[in-house]
Each structure stands twice: as C-alpha cells, then as structure tokens.
Design a protein around this ligand. Structure first.
Ligand code: AHR
Length: 319
C-alpha cells in the first residue's frame, strides 16, 4: 500500500496536489512523518514546535520523528536523508534558508516521499519537489509593518532594520515588502540594516552597534521578529533612550513577549505571523494518506496589533 502511495506522491496538477488512491499508512494504520525543525531561535519557533508536537500526540495514527537542526542547513539535509533512509511516509520541514535544498528534495521525490514545507519556502527551479506549502505571506508582513508607520505619520524618519537569518525566506521577503511600501516615501530612509539572526541576543548586539554609530539619529526600528526587538529594547534602555518613544519600534510575530512590551509602552506595533501550524499540517498528511488532493499553498490569515490594543488582547494570545 505504501508503495502505491509513494508512486502517486509525485503527481500533482496546477494548484492542487493530487495523490492517487494508495494510502500512506502502514498496515496497522500508522503514518510516519519526519519533521526537520530549524531550531529554537525564537519564542515563535518554540511555539511552532509545540504546535506540531502536541498535535501529533493527539492523533493516534501519526508517528512523528522530530529532528532539531540547530539553525544549520547541513543538519537539515542530513535529517532529510535519514528520513528517506528510514522510509517515512511524509517529510515536513521548515527550511532555514531558501537555497541549496534542490538535491535532497530530488532524492525525496525519487524515493516517492511527499515533502510538505512548513512556515518557510525554498527557492528551487522545480516546484514538483514539494507537494504543499503552509505558512505566512512574509512579503505582506513587511508591507504591513511599513503601512503601519505611514498610517501613524512616521514618514520623515531614519530607520534601523534588524534583519532575520541571512538567506531565509522571512528575512528576504519582509525586507522586500517593507522596502516596496516605503519606496513611495522619500522621507523614510533605512540608515542601518543588519542581521540579528532572529535571536534576542542577536537583536541586542546589533542594536548596540547601531546606537554606537548612529545614537539619537535613529527614529524608527523595524525588526524582522519580536525576539530581536525585545533584545533591542534592552540595548536602547542601556543606551539611555526610551524605547517606544525616542525610538518607535515595529516588529513581526505577535508573540506574548511583544504584547508584554507593548503594555509597558516599549514596543509600538507587532505584525502577526502565526506559528500554530500543527493542526493543518496533520490534516494535510492525513488527506494525502487517504489519497485526497490538497492545495499547493495554504497561506495563514493574520492581523496587525498596535500598542493601543495590547492590554485588551494579551490574555487571548495563544503563543
Ligand atoms: O519563519 C518564521 C520566523 O522564524 C519568525 O518570524 C521568527 O521569529 C522565527 O525564528
């Protein structure tokens, strides 16, 4: 049965991925999913891991093999090769960077194992190397951050940008979306831009360096995630400026820590990026195992949370 599923796994049509009538599960009904996670670099990532692991536990037919790549692409490639060698039914992974996965994805395809991309996408010539993507529209998130600044009238500002992991889809796309929107506002200028690798410590360290050279010249901080913004807030306070007032801060993710910072008046706005992808991942895995078609792309619906709503919303946040 498994072989039939795998043979069918390479077939898909336009926007829909269609698997044949074969089933993914073993004779006892178990569907084995190998998942290669990026690491634990941020509160977002920890919530994403929790969502996937807890959802797998709720489903008795799912056996999850979890592998933590510790932010290293080579570890992800190794993990995927291991999953292929173990003969898993489905591979799911969040690629740490966009490029360099073509060969290993081809190996998975040759082995007839469908690959689902979670959260981040890959840059490969052949889109048939993965069957589905589920996650956020990172370009739109960057646009939303820029639009919030414009709506608030911050159109004559010098901006420092904390980028995410170099070469990752969210860092590339958030930058692109943000720059696309501010391009119409010549008064909005990015004067500093560097990667803090999506971590709190990285955000703090790079913000310290920005402040050392630019100091009070910085009006706005655009951070590609909340963790780096929280690290930067500490750097701003240590420098003797008031985060959220002397420097306006907009970041992305909408994790609990960002809401706490907004309630304290230290962060001005966070753009949502939901990590709660576990249920839809396993719905898709089970649909594939039943031989059903699944959409090629499922993009999460998300909002924007300015400081004014933080106190009302914080208790309802799930991550
Ligand atoms: O890929 C999603 C990004 O990765 C989140 O914005 C960030 O916090 C995480 O590390």
């Amino acid at each position: 049965m498994k072989k039939t599923f795998r043979t069918a796994a390479v077939l898909f049509i336009s926007a829909l991925t269609l698997f044949g009538c074969g089933k993914a599960e073993k004779d006892d009904g178990t569907i084995t999913v190998g998942f290669s996670q990026i690491g634990a670099e941020s509160a977002w990532r920890v919530a994403n891991t929790e969502s996937i692991q807890s959802e797998a536990e709720k489903r008795p037919n799912i056996k999850l093999i979890f592998s933590d790549a510790q932010q290293k692409q080579e570890n992800q490639i190794k993990a995927i090769r291991n999953f292929i060698a173990q003969g898993v039914d489905v591979i799911a992974f969040s690629p740490v960077v966009e490029t360099g996965f073509g060969a290993v994805l081809q190996e998975a395809k040759d082995a007839g194992i469908p690959v689902i991309l979670i959260d981040r996408s890959v840059d490969v010539q052949d889109d048939s190397l993965w069957v589905a993507f589920m996650g956020s529209d990172f370009v739109e998130e960057g646009r939303r951050a820029a639009r919030w600044l414009i709506e608030k009238g911050y159109t004559d500002v010098k901006i420092a940008e904390l980028q995410g992991t170099v070469g990752s889809a969210p860092a590339i796309d958030r930058k692109k979306g943000f720059e696309e929107v501010i391009a119409d506002y010549p008064g909005m200028r990015i004067i500093k831009s560097q990667s803090g690798n999506f971590t709190r410590s990285g955000g703090k360290e790079i913000m310290e360096a920005f402040l050392k050279t630019e100091g009070k010249n910085i009006d706005v901080l655009f951070s590609h995630n909340d963790d780096m913004a929280i690290g930067a807030i500490q750097a701003i306070e240590e420098y003797g400026l008031v985060p959220g007032k002397d420097i306006i801060i907009v970041s992305i993710d909408a994790v609990r820590g960002a809401f706490e910072a907004m309630v304290e008046g230290k962060l001005n706005c966070t753009v949502e990026c939901s990590p709660l992808l576990g249920p839809q991942l396993f719905d898709a895995v089970e649909a594939l195992s039943r031989g059903e078609s699944i959409p090629k792309k499922i993009v999460t619906k998300e909002g924007v949370f300015p400081q004014e709503v933080a106190a009302d919303v914080i208790d309802s946040r799930k991550y």
